[in-house]
Design a protein around this ligand. Sequence first.
Ligand code: CDP
Length: 219
Amino acid sequence: MTQAIKDKLRGQAIAIDGPAASGKSTLAKGLAEHYGLVMVNSGEMYRAVTWLAIQKNLDLSDEEALLKIVDELNYTVEGYTSAIEYQGQQLTTELRLAQVNAGVSQVAALPELRAKLVEIQRNYLNKQGVQAVVMEGRDIGSVVFPDTPYKFYLKATQEVRQSRRADQGEVDVIAKRDAADSARKASPLVIADGAQVVDVSNLSIEAVRHQVIELIESV
Ligand code: CDP
């Protein structure tokens, strides 16, 4: 990678949005490794709040209660990876539980909760040692970093996505989540203004990464 590209990306966010199981995390990880940037999975934040709310037996529609627990989680960066911790433990497999998959879209529809998490997401660029981020989610190009010139929207048929999720061994009714994420009032899943749409249905992981790297370098 040339110094010119490194300079171009400094202080920027590469935004990757798309529906469930469209390959956002895989692409974001690949780009973060390629450019030496921090990858942030914003969906994990909505999942972590959902998981903790379930642990605490909170009503998932009680926005005030959910706003309070956001501060019990720690949003950390180490090297090129970001993580979410609760009581000193990194949250991993618990974020992919069927109960979390089933509840997260309801939690993600709460507007004040979103505003609070968006602030945390923007703040990654101010963390020590962070030059630029690759962030993936549903509203990264439309709401979190609307001014970034690096916006991508991954598109794949529902059949392809549902079968990929099943291959991962997860119980996840993605059609239901997609419908809720697209129909909600607060920051619905949309193709952001200026986003480049990449149809990944028939592309390998490497081919997607290659295509997006070419697009980034042509900006
Ligand atoms: O990995 P997958 O695509 O299945 O989902 P995710 O990125 O982990 O996101 C889980 C859920 O969080 C989504 O279904 C949305 O309801 C919500 N989400 C959101 O509303 N906004 C984001 N920027 C990221 C996720």
